[in-house]
Design a binder for this molecule. Structure first.
Ligand code: HEM
Length: 310
């Protein structure tokens, strides 16, 4: 058993088996966020993180791989009906290592623990229940209250460019005096809806990917990286809890997405627990479970791609 699964009765194999049982098996694809598009980018810090962290990518210009995705395990979804979208960023550090931020368009996760997440998938699987019945199944179980609220309020996004993406989990920034500050990350879009809507070409096929590719012809796409600073008493290890709105937010730099990647970022694994010196994961059990789940999903899809190549 890996360190990530200590105290967790659910294994990553069981979790991925459950996702496959519910959503179907698409062997070459990620078992969640199957459809996506990859780009190259540069992150330029603005100096504001210097008092909080020694993490090199937050202090000096660093290249990055970016992947936008639709959360469903189905690799051919009707894009504009998938409510949650992802934005994964893998910073390429000068020492040859990487550090990841794997974020989504909702500020909270649907359950506090990975076990509850899998139970929730099982509770609402299949076509037997209507949408309203699914919502009331969730409402009737206290562990699923956050899920009911998110589902009820989620409006499917029409553009990757105008969304805000959240780390959901807290991380610690650690400075040169070894002081820790708990933060959550956000990517803030700089493109406005008016500028980008004219690039949307169709409602079927790949409208959201096409928009990104067409928009790049006008120059790089920018997102600002924001940190939200926790105060004493804020819940650090519970993915279902937002921090109060009045917590200070600081912009620490800008990501410039400049080129489509030929490999579409397919081989990459954006494990959110891989962080460099100057950063530390919180003890959120969902965050730690993601490590093993992403590894199991990557193992299955990479094995299949290798089989095809041989
Ligand atoms: C127990 C909870 C979770 C499970 C079991 C889970 C599972 C997975 C799996 C299996 C993948 C595919 C990994 C791969 O093949 O490389 C994935 C991708 C992804 N997940 Fe999660 N996830 C969980 C929670 C979250 C949360 C809280 C977020 C948002 C902060 C999130 C955002 C994403 C994104 C953006 C991707 C796409 C990564 C990429 O671009 O490669 N997931 N997830």
């Amino acid at each position: 058993m890996s360190n990530d699964q200590k105290n967790c009765p659910l294994t990553s194999v069981e979790a991925i088996d459950t996702i496959e049982e519910i959503a179907g098996v698409f062997p070459a694809y990620r078992r969640a966020h199957a459809k996506g598009i990859g780009f190259d980018a540069i992150f330029s810090p603005n100096g504001s993180a210097a008092s909080y962290t020694t993490a090199s990518h937050l202090l000096q210009e660093t290249s990055a791989i970016v992947r936008f995705s639709h959360s469903t395990p189905n690799p051919d979804p009707t894009e504009q009906l998938v409510p949650v979208k992802g934005m994964s960023v893998q910073f390429q550090l000068p020492n040859g290592k990487v550090t990841n931020l794997t974020m989504a368009t909702v500020p909270v996760f649907i359950t506090k623990t990975p076990e509850e997440f899998i139970q929730l998938l099982q509770a609402v699987k299949g076509d037997k229940l209507s949408f309203t019945e699914k919502i009331s199944t969730l409402k009737n179980n206290p562990n699923f209250h956050a899920a009911a609220k998110i589902l009820k309020n989620s409006i499917p996004s029409k553009s990757f460019l105008t969304e805000r993406y959240y780390s959901i989990h807290a991380y610690y920034l650690i400075n040169k005096n070894k002081q820790r500050q708990a933060v959550k990350f956000e990517w803030e879009p700089t493109d406005s809806g008016e500028e980008t809507s004219r690039f949307t070409v169709s409602k079927i096929g790949n409208p959201m990917e096409d928009e990104l590719v067409n928009r790049l012809e006008n120059g790089p796409i920018h997102f600002n990286l924001i940190i939200q600073l926790a105060q004493p008493g804020d819940s650090i290890n519970d993915s279902t809890q937002e921090w109060p709105d009045n917590r200070e937010k600081v912009c620490i730099g800008t990501l410039s997405i400049h080129e489509r990647r030929l490999d579409n970022a397919e081989p990459h694994v954006f494990d959110p627990t891989i962080v460099t010196d100057g950063l530390q994961c919180s003890d959120d059990p969902v965050l730690h479970f993601r490590r093993a789940a992403y590894a199991e999903s990557a193992k299955r899809r990479h094995q299949f791609v290798k089989l095809l190549e041989n």
